[in-house]
Structure formats: C-alpha cells, structure tokens
Design a protein around this ligand. Structure first.
Ligand code: WT7
Length: 648
C-alpha cells in the first residue's frame, strides 16, 4: 500500500481548563508522561495495579502469559466475576441505594434502578436462565431494545458464567440467524418490540423470522416493552415477567477464571461472515474499569451518559461494564435523538443534569445541521466533560461540540478504539492533555501504537501509514470465536508480532495521533461498522441479482454512505423500481441502517486477473473521481468505461 497523503493541517489547540486539571486524577502532561514511562518500564507492575481495582475471589499468579502468542492470557490463576464487580461490591456499601441506571423510554416513560434493584433483578434473572438450562460456558444471544433489562440480561449471563452475544436491535432476520448459528445459542432473549421515532421496532417478529432460518434456538425469553400483540410459540417462547415472578433473588456469583469468556460481539470484517470477537473476564474488566475512571475522570457524583446502543462495543464497555464496575450513575435512553423534537438529547441532559456526555461524530454532525436553536433552548450547564467515539471527528464538528454543547468550558476526549481492543487505547486525558480538534492525541499508559509503512518500517512524523499496537494489553480480543486461524491472519500476519488495527494513521510532530480511516473494506456508516461482504451477500440473496460489490463513499452527515454495484441475472430489466426493491431487501434481511444509499447497475464488475473485485476503483467511481490511476490489472477494461457511462 502506498503512503497515505495528509491533507488535514490543524493548528488550533486547547489546554485543559485549570479548574479541571486541579481536581483531575491525572492532572498534567508531566504526570501522564511519568505514568507512561512507568508502564513502559515495568508493565507487569502497572497492569497488576490496574487489576487490583477489581474484586478478585482468588488472586492471579501471572500478569501476562504471552507464551502462546498471539493468543494472550492475562492474570492467570486468578478468579473473579464481572457481575460481582459491577453489583455485589457496591451493594455491600452505601451505594446499595445509589442510582445505577437512570432510564428514559422514547415515549417519555422513565425508571430509576438503584444498585440494590439491579443486583436483585440480575440475581433473579440468573436463576431464570439456570431454570431454562443455561450452564456455565453456554452462549446466550440477546436482541433487545435499550431497556434496563438488557443490562440485567448481560449481567445475569456473566453471573453464571454464560457468555452473552448481544445483537444490535437495528439488525434483522438474516443477521440474527447467522450470529445465533455461529455462537450456537440455545437460548435467546428479546422483547416484543422497542420504540423508535414513534414507531415500534418489531423485535419479536424479526426473531420469529430469524428462527425459520436456524434450528439452534430452543427457548426464547420475551420482555414486554411495547405491549403490542405478538404471537408466542408454545413451549419455545416465555414472557420475561412470568418467569421472573417466582424466581429467587438469591444467586451467588460464580467465581470464574480470569480467562473465562465474558462475551462474544460480532463485528464486520472484510470477507465472509461476521467475526465473533471474544472478550474474557479479568483483562477486559481491568481495562474497562481503569479507562472509565481515567478518561472520563469519573466522580462519585457524576451522571454519565454514553449514548451508544448496548448492541455495539461502546455500550458494552461504557454503558454497562466500565461505569457499573466504578459504581457510577449511568443514563440510558431508548430512542431516537430527534423524537419528538430535534432537542431530545438536550432535554435529557437538562432533566437529569448529565455531567459527562459521550457520543458519536455522526450524531454531532446531525445536531449541527439541525441548528443551534435546539441546544440553545436548554440549560446544559451541568455538563463538565464531552467525549466522542466511532469515527474521525472533523475539526468543524469538534469546534461546534465544544462551543454549543460544552459552552467552551468542557474538555473533549476524542477516544480511539475498536470492538477488538475492548476499551479505549488512544485519547486525551481531560485534565492533562492539550487537545487539537480532530486528533485522538496520545496513547494511554500501557499502550504502544506504531505507524508502519507497507514494508514494516516506522513512519516519520506526518507520514501516513498503518496503525499497529506493538505490545499486548489486557482488554485485547482473545480470538475470533471458533476461528483462531482468522484471528491470526486478520490481526497478526500483516506485521509479525504486532496487532494490526486496519486503520490508516499518522503521528504529527508532537506525537499526536491522527486517524485517517480504514485501509480495508470496512465501511463506517453513521459510526456503525459494516463489512462489504455481509451487505453483498444480502444483495446476492435477492433472486434477480447475480453479483454485487459495495463500497463506501464520503457522506457529509453519516461519514460514509453505501454505494452498491449490482449485476443482474440475465434477462432482468434494470429499473428504478428494482433499485428500490433491492434497497428494501437489504433493509429487510440485514437492517435499515445497512441500506445502500445508491444502487448502480452494471453488466459486469471490474476484477483483477485473479478474480478479486477492484474496490479501490469502484470507490473512485462512486465518488466521481476521474483520476482512476493504474488499471492495468483490470480483466476487462471496457467494464470501467461502461460503469462511468452508467450514470444515475
Ligand atoms: C473503528 C472501530 C470504538 C468503539 C466504536 C467503534 C474507527 C473509532 C475513532 C476515533 C477515528 C475512530 C476506526 C476503528 N474509530 N474511534 N476516535 N477517531 N476513528 O468500534 O465498530 O469496532 O470500529 O472505528 O476506524 O478502527 P468499531
């Protein structure tokens, strides 16, 4: 891969506000550097100190066992339970009656669950799971709206040592079936529906449809949320509230080995089916806990709102495990940011006096577009810290966020990480790191990023290259579920001994990291990660489609939008109607967030001699780029001209 060009030069910088630094856990750049050096010199000691912040029923013998690299084992010999760390140890203190979850439904209904409530409900549901035959080591699939019961279901799984696999509620039948099948889940937890933009997301109907495509699931638990009529299949489907009625609130947390699997989270890769990213207990919890405390400088009295859906890793780590392990109060909101009005987020911030807000650039860009009058209507003075995650934030959106939402007084933490990294790796520390709009700034202590050129040589400052992490860290993924080979080739074969992130990046002269986007075929639509392969197989599953290739193209609002190139089966006429039909087909089989914005028909796809689709070329065609570069490896050059003629 050729070097990546830098076009973005950003000169503005913002020092942490003095009053923030004075109180912060890490209060200066010097302090950060000291900690960084300490972690570099004696990593075992550094990580052991972090792990000691959790509650272990048995202390570990060895911090890191890297003898089976790239398969890491952290805190071996130790035992703990994530549900115990998040609940029991708080319930044993004054926090028993502290709010754990402040929840608001889209229609405006609200609930507050204390740590005591959350503990009791989790214990009861853990007993329900046991009653359904769920055992330690099993995988339970969860497909729910953003309600407290989603967190309860996850913590209940963790409590008995079953791994959860949460599927984002925006996915539909085929995606659910594929994930259930890969995880071999016999139990699935869902709801009748969820509220979104005033309408019902038919979760139960999607499950029913998915279960016609896989025979794996034996029992379905259905939480009643929308209370519309849903068919219940005798012997397979059970109402949550009925099972909970007589469940015992007594369920001690199972002590689990540090490397016991906590969860699988499916994420899109470049090829084939989605990858089941595996996270285990001790290491994941250690870094989820520490990063929540450091990056958000979390205080007992904070009201922390991470707006991500729990179906993505951001929700796993910064709605559930990180904040709850720290005994924090989290806000959860079920619905859309623009329902009933464009100021829903700001009314929630005002109502609950949210102090830390963590959201995505794509949301910020939408707020910007909707206009300043919406946040201006609300008192946002409770906010003291802002965060972003999921994709690069353009400096203008950063500036708007800082001014309009943060009132110029809140530091912004632009946090870089991935499903695979489990928790934040690169970010400013709000009391220590001067920020530059658009840069994720510096690696956290214990994290060693390197940017390499295609030959593996480190890049010079301002030279773009491939982002790698050169030492293991505790919350790293352990493997791809049931596919260790894929884990090795995907992450560890590009540069032996180094974790390859799939991102392009550069360091500037101050050592600040600038992410330049994916270098593979992963598309980021509204911050959601989509693999080209899954969308393509959805398209190809339509009876009129012979072949399809999808690429991302820049989109002002969503970051990237999907453009699909489709070859129809012979004799099928091209029409706008079919175009719409294909868009709907993807929405139906995968979820509407994966719907291609553009469908372009073509008689054939440009391929290399070895038969690989030339996406680089398609990307350029999608963006209307005329300098198509080297096309000598194209199998059929006429295809290219055709594609460009084929305008909408
Ligand atoms: C990819 C990972 C991290 C949780 C949510 C996304 C991109 C993530 C940033 C950031 C620039 C970012 C990268 C990364 N990304 N955070 N602060 N600045 N890019 O997790 O779905 O696994 O996606 O998101 O490209 O590789 P994910």
């Amino acid at each position: 891969m050729a070097d990546i060009d830098t076009v973005l030069i950003e000169k503005r910088r913002f020092k942490p506000p003095a009053i923030f630094s004075k109180k912060a856990r890490i209060g200066s750049l010097a302090e950060y550097r000291k900690l960084y050096a300490k972690a570099e010199k004696n990593p075992d000691k550094f990580w052991a100190e972090r792990a000691a912040e959790l509650r272990w029923t048995k202390k570990w013998k060895k911090v890191l066992d890297w003898s089976g690299a790239p398969f890491a084992k952290w805190f071996t010999g130790g035992q703990l339970n994530a549900s115990d760390c998040c609940l029991d140890r708080h319930v044993e203190t004054w926090r028993k009656n502290k709010a754990a979850i402040v929840w608001e439904g889209e229609p405006g209904d609200a609930r507050v669950l204390t740590y005591g409530d959350l503990h009791r409900e989790t214990c009861k549901f853990a007993n329900v799971l046991k009653g359904l035959g769920v055992k330690k080591g099993d995988r339970v699939t969860i497909y729910m709206p953003l309600v407290p019961e989603l967190a309860i279901a996850m913590l209940a799984c963790a409590r008995i040592g079953a791994a959860h696999s949460v599927i984002f509620g925006g996915f539909t039948s085929q995606s659910i079936a594929d994930r259930v099948e890969d995880a071999e889940s016999r139990v699935l937890i869902t709801a009748d529906g969820g509220w979104r933009r005033g309408g019902i997301v038919p979760l139960k109907a999607n499950v029913d449809d998915a279960l016609t495509k896989t025979q794996r699931v034996e029992k379905v638990v259905v939480f009643r949320r929308t209370a519309h009529d849903v068919p219940m299949k005798q012997g397979r489907d059970f109402w949550w509230h009925e099972l909970m009625q007589d469940a015992s609130p007594d369920c001690p947390a199972e002590p689990l080995d540090s490397e016991h699997m906590l969860y699988i989270l499916y994420t899109s890769g470049t090829t084939g089916k989605p990858k089941g990213v595996v996270h285990t207990t001790g290491g994941y919890m250690t870094w989820a806990h520490a990063t929540t405390e450091w990056v958000f400088d979390l205080r007992e009295e904070d009201t922390f709102w991470c707006t991500a859906d729990i179906g993505w890793v951001t929700g796993h780590t910064y709605v559930v495990y990180g904040p709850l392990s720290n005994g924090a109060t989290v806000v959860m909101y079920e619905g859309a940011p623009n329902f009933p009005g464009n100021d829903r987020f700001w009314s929630i911030v005002e109502k609950y006096r949210v102090s830390i807000l963590y959201t995505a650039p794509t949301a910020i860009r939408a707020f910007m577009k909707w206009g300043d009058e919406w946040p201006a209507k609300h008192d946002l003075s409770s906010l003291r810290l802002l965060g972003t995650v999921g994709e690069p934030i353009n400096p203008e959106a950063w500036m708007w966020y800082q001014r309009m939402i943060g009132g110029g007084r809140c530091p912004i933490v632009d946090t870089w990480w991935q499903t695979e990294t489990g928790a934040i790796l690169v970010t400013p520390l709000p009391g220590a790191t001067p920020t530059k709009p658009g840069s994720a700034t510096l690696p956290l202590p214990g994290i060693f990023p390197e940017i390499l050129d295609s030959t593996g040589k480190p890049c010079k400052p301002d030279q773009g290259g491939l982002l790698t992490i050169s030492r293991p860290w505790p919350s790293m993924l352990r493997t791809v579920y049931r596919d260790p080979e894929r884990y090795k080739t995907q992450y560890w074969s590009r540069f032996p001994g180094k974790y390859f992130t799939g991102d392009g990046a550069r360091f500037d002269r101050d050592g600040y990291l600038w992410i330049m986007g994916r270098v593979d075929d992963v598309i980021k639509v509204a911050g959601h990660r989509l693999g080209t392969a899954e969308v393509e197989s959805s398209l190809v599953s339509h009876p009129k489609v012979a072949e399809a290739a999808v690429v991302g193209k820049p989109d002002e609002l969503k970051g990237e939008a999907i453009c699909a190139f489709v070859t129809l089966r012979s004799g099928q006429p091209k029409s706008d109607e079919l175009r719409r039909e294909l868009q709907e087909h993807v929405a139906k089989t995968m979820g509407s967030f994966a719907k291609p914005e553009q469908v372009r028909f073509t008689d054939s796809l440009p391929k290399t001699r070895s038969g690989k689709i030339m996406r680089r070329l398609l990307r350029k065609i999608a963006t209307g780029d005329e300098t198509l570069g080297d096309t000598t490896t194209l199998e059929d050059l006429s295809v290219l001209a055709k594609l460009r003629e084929d305008e909408e």
